[in-house]
Write a protein that binds this ligand. Sequence first.
Ligand SMILES: *Cc1c(COP(=O)(O)O)cnc(C)c1O
Length: 454
Amino acid sequence: MSDAAINTSHWQAIDRAHHLHPFSDTKALAQEGCRVITRADDIYIWDSDGNRLLDGMAGLWCVNIGYGRKELADAAHRQLLELPYYNNFFKTSAPSAIELAGLLAQVTAPHLNHVFFTNSGSEANDTMFRLVRRYWDLAGKPDKEVFISREHAYHGSTIAAASLGGMKPMHEQGHLPIPGIRHIAPPYWYRDGGDMSPEEFGTACARRLEEEINALGADRVAAFIGEPIQSAGGLIVPPETYWPEIQRICSEHDVLLVVDEVICGFGRLGTWFGSDYYNLQPDLMPIAKGLSSGYLPIGGVMVADRVADLFIAEGEQFAHGFTYSGHPAACAVAIANIGIMRDENIVENVRDNTGPYLEQRWNELAQHPLVGETRGVGFLRGLELVKNKREREFFDPVGSAGQICRDICFDNGLVMRAIRDTMAISPPLTMTREQVDELIELVCNCLDLTAKAL
Ligand SMILES: *Cc1c(COP(=O)(O)O)cnc(C)c1O
């Protein structure tokens, strides 16, 4: 055996014996062994056998500026030597958290001027959940406590975040959702639109929020939460009519709007935030992933003036926080990350150059016999595999084709994610036009191989 093969089987054996994995089929993992990723550069990753893969998912939707940026490693190194840890509890603070808070107020909308730091998107959503309920307490309307979310939504894996999410398999584990959360249907036109035009369907889906609010009574509804584009839920791109109607309904019924920007934030749609793309005014905005491009764990909740001002006016002592809220090294890395995104015009480049090019090339894939629909915005794209294109006939069981395609991709130099039968990409925003061509070639090849395997 080669050295690489010996290393791989050594790691797989320890992994099998001692490591419980998130969202993994334990039986398959035990049989096949895990794939060990050992290094990365630019938009590529390498496994322990030396195979190079184009990482079409930027890790887990997070390595927005690409792998191998020394500036981020240097920022962490410098910070760890100067002040490796201090917290923000009990009226203390540290320079990198302070500076990052100021920077976030600059890159987000003018009415978002405060941030509460967390270590992840899940913690951001659990924090948001408590902030919202506390806000309505302070506003003298404690009965406004129900959250409305959407089926298929993903908002994280902690208790409140998983409950806000709309994934049935997650709810089945752990007696979720917790009380006070309702789910409505998402604007998934390709599956559910029937004979309606996308515009009619978008409005109809948004009106379900109003029906739910009216059924509960607006005096009981705290907030609506949604991702600008439902990413892990299946690349569900709302029709143009959807968000304006949701925004109107939230304003009219005095329901807070929570826009989960954990994936759509930090340039993914060719705008700084998905809210900018859809012209939304969120009251709370959970962020994570692209905030540090995944180099260190950090998340947060952007809080609108309406909410923050009440907390401050009431002299509120919000009884919530994490030991590592605003961790100095994570903040230093996030500052360096945002600095690079600004200096290199990464967001503008996705909007004006590589994004439109990816869109054009991606949409060519719609000609493939397996592809029912291509959809997406900027550097967030999906294609839905179908059994019969003309009849819009889906695979049964749902997800069977997606899994096969996903494994074929991995064996052929491409990371592309399967969500049921939708294949998703969310590549580093630094991907060049030449690399877009390389990606499309890999996708075509893998679709052909999938068609053969099915
Ligand atoms: C990934 C994700 C989360 C959870 O973030 P973690 O850092 O994994 O806890 C929340 N919301 C959305 C939209 C996500 O994609």
